[in-house]
Design a protein around this ligand. Structure first.
Ligand SMILES: [Zn+2]
Length: 326
């Protein structure tokens, strides 16, 4: 046991996903965003089939709350469980955006939202795990889904309760009130990387899915072009709240091996996430007192665009889509 400035933690030399050893990638990291306590290292799994990242030491589950005490105090991020917006302009005008996306395929990424990953399904009940202030719930209701949002943050849930037609609760996925419920859709938007005990979480999600249902997860991509560019300052690391950083292989395997064999992980089409991520990563570098690396945003975006044809997954975020058998 380690008392890391009041955050009780344990040494974590081995990969939480595959058990392989991992070398230290970065050391002496502090929370650059919300100033939570602790000094952390980040390891990378030695297994090329996995190549995930994780923080060492690993905070004990009972200490995790301390890492969020200052989490919601920054104006625009307040009440949103995840400060990372994978799709810009998400909360407004869902119907207009769908129409524009259909008419303007080249700019589709500007109008598409997380809902796009549930396209083609007959709307049933959709569970948004870590729903924050309910932006996605509003869209889901607008698209004909019965939307249920859960979050550990009571203030966020108070805001989300204003979404007409949505059901919201302060609870986590293991809450007994969910035991007998089944969902046609489940979304974890920038949530899974915050959670301990991943096999148990995914097993629970697989159980909560209705037959024929779909799980969608969005999470930072440890192999992103932005990470390669910004290293320890990359916004996606969000030390120490991101306990685990996934690769496409490790994320898909986690889900396949814990109840949903029909799972695939890929990157969002389009390099637009780099606009936000490069700015946020440069800000982190400055917060830490050094200059951001010099980089050519247009060239970086071009390499990400090209990667979709070479099969490399170097977009800033991974999308996981898993379908449960009927
Ligand atoms: Zn591993």
């Amino acid at each position: 046991m380690i008392d890391n400035e009041g955050i009780l933690s344990r040494p974590a030399p081995d990969c939480p996903l595959c058990g392989s050893a991992g070398a230290l990638l970065y050391q002496n990291l502090r929370d650059p965003l919300f100033g939570s306590p602790g000094v952390w290292s980040l390891r990378r799994c030695d297994s090329p089939d996995c190549a995930s990242g994780w923080i060492d030491p690993l905070p004990l589950p009972e200490s995790l709350g301390r890492l969020y005490e200052t989490y919601h105090t920054h104006g625009e991020q307040r009440g949103d469980n995840s400060p990372l917006p994978p799709i810009p302009f998400a909360p407004r005008f869902p119907r207009t955006k769908r129409l524009l996306a259909a008419l303007l395929p080249r700019w589709r990424h500007l109008f598409q939202t997380e809902l796009h990953h549930f396209a083609g399904m007959t709307p049933g009940t959709l569970l948004d795990v870590g729903c924050g202030s309910g932006g996605f719930l509003r869209e889901a209701v607008g698209a004909g889904w019965k939307a249920v949002g859960i979050d550990f943050d009571a203030e966020a849930i108070a805001e989300a309760s204003r979404v007409e037609g949505a059901e919201v609760h302060v609870m986590d996925v293991f809450d007994a009130r969910l035991d007998d419920r089944r969902f046609e859709g489940i979304l974890l938007d920038n949530v899974i990387e915050h959670l301990p005990d991943l096999p148990r979480v995914v097993t629970r999600l697989a159980m909560l899915l209705a037959p024929g249902g779909r799980l969608v997860m969005i999470t930072p991509n440890f192999q992103a072009a932005g990470h390669a560019t910004f290293g320890a300052d990359w916004r996606g690391l969000e030390t120490p709240r991101h306990l685990c950083l996934f690769t496409a292989q490790s994320l898909a395997r986690l889900v396949r091996e814990n109840g949903l064999p029909d799972a695939r992980a890929f990157c969002v089409r389009g390099p637009h996430d780099l606009d936000f991520m490069s700015k946020a990563s440069s800000d982190i570098a400055r917060t830490r007192g050094h200059a951001p690396p010099s980089f050519d945003l247009a060239a970086l975006k071009q390499s990400v665009s090209r990667s979709f044809f070479t099969g490399k997954t170097i977009g800033e975020f991974l999308i996981l889509v898993a379908n449960k058998a009927r």
